[in-house]
Design a binder for this molecule. Structure first.
Ligand SMILES: NC(=O)c1ccc[n+]([C@@H]2O[C@H](COP(=O)([O-])OP(=O)(O)OC[C@H]3O[C@@H](n4cnc5c(N)ncnc54)[C@H](O)[C@@H]3O)[C@@H](O)[C@H]2O)c1
Length: 388
């Protein structure tokens, strides 16, 4: 009989859905020894939690997350609540000896993130942060190409993460989903919400970001707060641009905003090295673009008229994760990135291997985010202290 992985999931919002779907699908697509069991769902909004339990098949409902920590029938706590609540839940879950998976950004700031890393490492509990974009097959392939040495010495890294949903001054701040516009709940604006993803991907592919200088902007200064009902100052960064120096000597630019009209979830990166370049765009997630110079440089000069960017359709069984899905040429979706992440975590448990990104990885991204926000405040270049 399969070993059970009994999950207590906290937070019935957007991420709660993507994770619930991953737990339900795990054993349909991955031959792992554990069977995920949707044991308990928790949300402070009880009707929402009850409806969720019905939809996804959770066995019981709680409204106070502390109840899950005392429960003997829960192995894994999954944290899908707004950022302000991550720290206390994670620390308490680790102290209760539970495995913990947590949504990004790990915390509100570096001090909290360090505390959370200490808690899971002292307790010795497996942990994972859901930087799911690493698990897009095209991005995993980019990592493979870098690790194969095909990019050579890196010179430039360029990332954008653009959305447009806060342009109207009528969008309130606070409450479900809109807590992202309130720094007291989110920690920061686009820096922690969107650039955290870009930073994690960048450091995975190109190593630690050593130094940054940043500029942020808040275009709309006041908004109605959905919880207080009052018009209140907006405390988040609506847009953020920063320059980065990577530890490997390459330079980076990062841009993020929620004011790019027409852009919904435009997440791109390009890496340029001496031997090749990579380009990815989340709006065409099944493609990775690759320019290989090395082949020309190593002798096939007669074929120089055929050189150019390759647009690789990452749907063959030899591409990362794809052997678990359909036939070549048929793509997978956003939801599968969470399923892939979960499968990696469970395989890590079974093979006694630490899966990354874990909370230590989340801490490195948090260090860069905090340095970016502080640099935007002071106008200074700052060391991030981020490590490999
Ligand atoms: N990996 C990704 O791509 C990605 C995408 C979106 C959000 N996120 C992250 O996921 C987390 C959740 O975001 P979301 O979009 O799902 O938010 P959401 O607003 O859609 O849902 C949050 C839910 O948490 C509940 N909640 C709030 N405080 C709680 C508490 N103390 N105890 C129990 N329930 C509580 C709310 O009632 C709500 O149902 C955030 O950290 C966010 O940054 C990650």
């Amino acid at each position: 009989m399969a070993k059970q992985l009994r999950v207590g999931l906290i937070g019935c919002g957007f991420m709660g859905r993507t994770h619930s779907n991953a737990y339900r699908r795990l054993n349909n697509f991955f031959q792992v020894e554990h069977q995920a069991v949707l044991q308990a769902i928790c949300d402070t909004n009880e009707p929402k939690a009850r409806a969720y339990a019905e939809t996804w098949g959770y066995q019981r409902v709680e409204t106070d997350w502390r109840k899950l920590l005392d429960a003997k029938d829960i192995d894994l706590i999954d944290v899908c609540v707004p950022n302000v609540a991550h720290h206390d839940i994670v620390v308490a879950a680790a102290q209760a000896g539970k495995m913990v998976c947590c949504e990004k950004p790990l915390a509100m700031n570096v001090a909290q993130a360090e505390d959370m890393v200490r808690a899971v490492e002292m307790a010795g509990v497996p942990n994972m942060i859901w930087f799911n974009y690493r698990r897009v097959p095209s991005i995993s392939l980019a990592k493979q190409i870098v690790d194969e040495g095909r990019i050579g010495r890196a010179f430039h890294y360029r990332a954008t993460y653009l959305q447009d949903w806060t342009i109207s001054s009528d969008v309130p701040q606070g409450g479900d989903a809109l807590w992202r516009l309130d720094a007291r709940v989110a920690g920061s604006g686009v820096t922690g919400d969107l650039l955290a993803h870009s930073i994690d991907t960048a450091m995975w592919l190109n190593g630690p970001i050593a130094r940054v200088v940043a500029k942020t902007e808040t275009f709309i200064k006041e908004r109605k707060h959905a919880v207080s009902g009052q018009v209140e100052p907006v405390t988040i960064d609506d847009a953020c641009m920063f320059l980065a120096l990577f530890a490997n000597g390459s330079m980076g630019t990062f841009e993020s905003t929620r004011y790019a009209r027409g852009r919904k979830n435009f997440n791109t990166f390009e890496l340029n090295g001496a031997d090749g370049s990579l380009y990815f765009d989340l709006e065409e997630p099944e493609y990775l673009q690759f320019f290989e110079y090395r082949q020309l440089a190593t002798g096939k000069k007669t074929e120089s008229h055929l050189t150019g960017w390759r647009k690789i359709h990452t749907t063959n069984s030899e591409h990362p994760y794809m052997s678990h899905y359909w036939v070549p040429g048929t793509c997978i979706g956003y939801e599968h990135t969470f399923l892939n992440a979960l499968a990696d975590f469970v395989e890590g448990l079974e093979k006694g291997r630490t899966t990354v990104p874990n909370f230590r990885s989340g801490l490195q991204t948090q260090k860069v985010c905090d340095a970016v926000i502080e640099s935007a405040r002071t106008g200074q270049w700052l060391d991030t202290g981020a490590e490999a």
